[in-house]
Ligand binder design. Structure first.
Ligand SMILES: Cc1cc2nc3c(=O)[nH]c(=O)nc-3n(C[C@H](O)[C@H](O)[C@H](O)COP(=O)(O)OP(=O)(O)OC[C@H]3O[C@@H](n4cnc5c(N)ncnc54)[C@H](O)[C@@H]3O)c2cc1C
Length: 473
């Protein structure tokens, strides 16, 4: 059996960014993922904010890598066409004391190398954000903040890595690891599939503690913290087309109000520590808190326009900083505890990992050719191709395009994450059967075999959207 030089365990945004970075070198790399697609962990369900210098304390890896990552997004988007927009953000002050906290945020931002802040008084804030609460007496404006679509970014990174020679192994849930006689690690999946690799990079998100333990390494301890959101129709983005934060608290950045890259208003996340039962369910109690807190920033949030709820789980280290280091175990490297701003930091983490490998003596020689670009998904006009998703205006040609980009696409949810068919007001009621029929035809399978998602990706229990629309808060 072929022995890969490097196996990356976990195809979230960080694993995919590392895979792309390693695809610049003349080595055989495999990207391993337990699910049937990339980006189904924390990288699917988060705020999608490309954070600024406030998001990581100076002197920490987070502080260093967040700002470096932020500065890479513009160029990465030009090359990979995943969708990114610099919007700027406001951190609201509700009392004079809040300005003291804001001063600390500015000092931290300056230390990590950010500039361009503006302090706004109440009048200027109201001019810029006419729908902001009357309780807000001013704000810090942070121009470097942007928004992206986290799963489209991850898919773009993984597709480009594959185009540059990385092997992607989906449905491979790493279960056992041991060294064989030749010194290679034999990695066995729960379905008994195996592969060999000399070096292993553990980027398994909320399961990176388990992966470490497979090697007998007990050093990765994670705290898992769930955050819940409500997503609204695009017509609600009139409330703000930028990112609005409150002051950070001891559990994170607090509840934000933002418009997503694709133009939906979104509020959340809260912060709930998870002990034994890590789940991605949503609950009325948490979402009521999200609504009440978001309305402190923007009072006119209209629950009748809510579309869906979702949640994501942050995996945090004991120190609060990212864990990016070699293990005591030879050939094993950890990239764990990557909570927020991990999405922002991911391209910088990938570069940092390459340096770490080089410092550990891994021989990485540049390839003669690296294809840095990924073509954008085609945008066809209604008259040129059959309309499949009326809410988002997605045609058959666009869906066919996303089926042939290196990662197998055979569920309606996988199509949804790539072209947004099913993300609109009717939440797939119109397009899902049509996408199913198209997938069946394109993959030459009976329609009954085309699923919304695969069995491994168990759908969480979500509060019915009718309940949210009728909440009395
Ligand atoms: C609520 C919330 C809001 C956030 N908001 C932001 C934000 O606005 N901006 C920002 O910069 N960051 C944000 N983050 C942080 C960001 O989402 C994460 O830092 C980032 O997604 C982590 O990526 P990852 O690749 O490390 O982990 P993941 O995306 O979780 O990927 C790990 C992968 O490993 C796979 N895996 C696990 N076990 C195995 C196994 N045994 N075998 C094979 N594969 C395995 C999983 O299936 C998964 O795909 C937020 C996070 C949350 C939860």
């Amino acid at each position: 059996m072929e022995c890969f030089k490097i196996a990356i365990i976990g195809a979230g945004v960080v694993g995919s960014a590392i895979a792309r970075e390693l695809s610049k070198f003349d080595i055989k790399t495999v990207l391993i993922e337990k699910e049937h697609d990339v980006s189904l962990g924390a990288s699917k369900a988060n705020s999608g904010i490309v954070h600024g210098g406030y998001a990581g304390k100076s002197g920490t890896l987070k502080g260093e890598l967040c700002i470096r990552g932020n500065q890479m997004f513009e160029a990465l988007n030009s090359a990979l066409n995943f969708g990114y927009r610099r919007t700027g953000a406001y951190m609201l002050a509700f009392s004079e004391r809040d300005f003291e906290v804001i001063q600390h945020q500015i000092q931290n931002g300056v230390k990590v190398g950010e500039s361009g802040y503006a302090l706004l008084d109440e009048k200027k804030l109201k001019e810029r954000l006419p729908h902001v609460s009357d309780q807000a007496i001013g704000a810090l404006y942070i121009p470097t903040v942007g928004v992206t679509s986290p799963y489209e970014f991850t898919i773009a990174l993984a597709e480009n890595a594959i185009e540059n020679g990385v092997t992607l192994k989906l449905d491979f849930e790493v279960d056992k690891i041991h060294k064989d006689k030749t010194g290679c690690y034999e990695i066995t999946a729960t379905n008994s599939d195996t592969l060999l690799a000399e070096i292993i990079i553990n980027v398994a998100g909320e399961h990176s503690d388990k992966i470490a333990r497979l090697f007998g390494d007990e050093s990765i301890k994670l705290l898992k913290r769930k955050g819940q959101y409500i997503l609204f129709g695009k017509d609600q983005s009139y409330l703000t087309d930028q990112v609005i934060f409150q002051l950070p608290n001891d559990k994170g950045k607090g509840i934000l109000v933002t418009t997503t890259y694709h133009g939906n208003l979104m509020i959340g996340p809260d912060a709930e520590d998870m002990r034994l039962d890590v789940n991605k369910d949503t609950s009325v109690e948490s979402l009521e808190y999200v609504i009440q807190t978001a309305r402190r920033s923007i009072p006119n949030i209209n629950l009748k326009r809510a579309l869906t709820t979702f949640s994501g789980v942050r995996s945090m280290s004991e120190t609060g900083d990212f864990i990016i280091r070699p293990s005591e175990i030879e050939g094993l490297f950890h990239v764990a505890g990557i909570d927020s701003p991990g999405l922002t930091s991911s391209p910088a983490i990938a570069k940092y990992v390459v340096e770490m490998l080089k410092n550990a003596g891994v021989d990485l020689k540049d390839k003669t050719y690296f294809k840095a670009d990924r073509a954008p998904l085609i945008k066809s006009q209604k008259q040129d191709s059959k309309m499949m998703c009326r809410c988002e205006g997605i045609t058959e040609a666009e869906i066919r395009d996303c089926l042939s980009r290196g990662i197998p696409v055979d569920t309606t949810d996988a199509v949804k994450r790539r072209v947004r068919a099913g993300m609109g007001n009717c939440q797939g009621a119109y397009c899902r059967p049509r996408v199913k029929a198209l997938l069946a035809e394109a993959l030459d399978l009976p329609e009954a075999q085309i699923k919304t998602r695969t069995e491994t990706h168990v759908a969480p229990t979500r509060v019915s959207i009718e309940v949210i629309r009728n909440l009395n808060v």
